[in-house]
Design a protein around this ligand. Structure first.
Ligand SMILES: [Zn+2]
Length: 90
């Protein structure tokens, strides 16, 4: 189930990341730093990983390079769900 109350602060995304806003599921800052979750279907360092965590935005910008094609169960299920939704919408 997709989160309804997205915590993404698109207005605060550094300009380097704005082109990725469609594939950023959630992005926020707390006492531990910056957390950026990428959308289903994308992975970060490895299959099944969907999170960037750095101390600050410049750290995120440096490492942010999500790859499409995550094949973890979570993504598979969500993408299947979405493609079914698309069919229903036609
Ligand atoms: Zn995944």
């Amino acid at each position: 189930m997709k989160k309804q109350n997205k915590k993404i602060f698109k207005g605060y995304l550094p300009k380097e990341l704005r082109k990725y806003r469609n594939i950023i599921e959630e992005a926020y800052k707390d006492d531990d730093g910056i957390w950026v979750y990428v959308d289903y279907g994308y992975y970060t360092d490895d299959i099944g990983l969907h999170l960037y965590h750095e101390d600050n935005w410049s750290g995120i910008v440096k490492v942010f390079n999500p790859t499409f094609g995550c094949t973890c169960e979570e993504c598979k299920q969500e993408l299947t769900k979405r493609s079914k939704g698309d069919e229903n919408a036609k």
